[in-house]
Design a protein around this ligand. Structure first.
Ligand code: S3P
Length: 171
């Protein structure tokens, strides 16, 4: 649907969208941007602080603005996204959408085995209550699948395998 040559990585918090984006940059001519990083730099504020001081709906408005900007201005780029970005109306106009899929338990294992696990949990306001996070995960999995052009299983697989899969599916 999209005429643009962007790869958009969607999926739940902590599934590894940023990690895979960085690995894709190493293996291709693509460069990468992350929607949360763009929002943080535009606001000069961490996501956690934006949620706390301005509220979630203010953050969602920024995501929308970011999505419109990406559609107009960005091409040939890997775009990693915040876990709720997939709801953007124009997402299909931005590029090819790849859903990184894992079970909730797989995501928690991944976060907990990271050397900076504490920070990974701390910076994500919607992960502060794990029961609520699991509910959000269950609510979203069907929607991620529906929005995605391509689904890639990332659980218990190496970064190299995942990158190979992604490149194989878009070429
Ligand atoms: C969110 C995911 C976060 C960040 C914000 C909201 C979500 O991004 O955008 O805390 O709604 O799932 P990550 O998926 O990179 O953690």
């Amino acid at each position: 649907m999209s005429k643009k040559n962007n790869i958009i990585l969607i999926g739940f918090m902590g599934v590894g969208k940023g990690t895979i984006a960085r690995a894709l940059v190493k293996k291709t001519d693509f460069f990468a941007v992350d929607t949360d990083d763009l929002i943080e730099s535009a606001e000069n504020k961490k996501i956690k602080k934006i949620f706390k001081e301005e509220g979630e709906s203010y953050f969602r408005d920024l995501e929308k603005k970011c999505a419109l900007w990406l559609e107009k201005n960005v091409d040939n780029t890997v775009i990693s996204t915040g876990g709720g970005f997939f709801r953007q109306e124009n997402i299909h106009k931005i590029g090819k959408i790849i859903y990184l899929e894992s079970s909730f338990e797989g995501i928690l294992n991944r976060i907990h085995s990271a050397p900076n696990a504490k920070n990974k949990l701390k910076k994500r306001p919607l992960l502060s209550d794990l029961e609520e996070a699991k509910k959000l995960y269950n609510q979203r999995i069907k929607d991620y699948e529906e929005v995605a052009d391509i689904k890639i299983d990332v659980e218990n697989r190496t970064i190299d395998e995942i990158v190979k899969d992604i490149l194989g599916s878009i070429l």
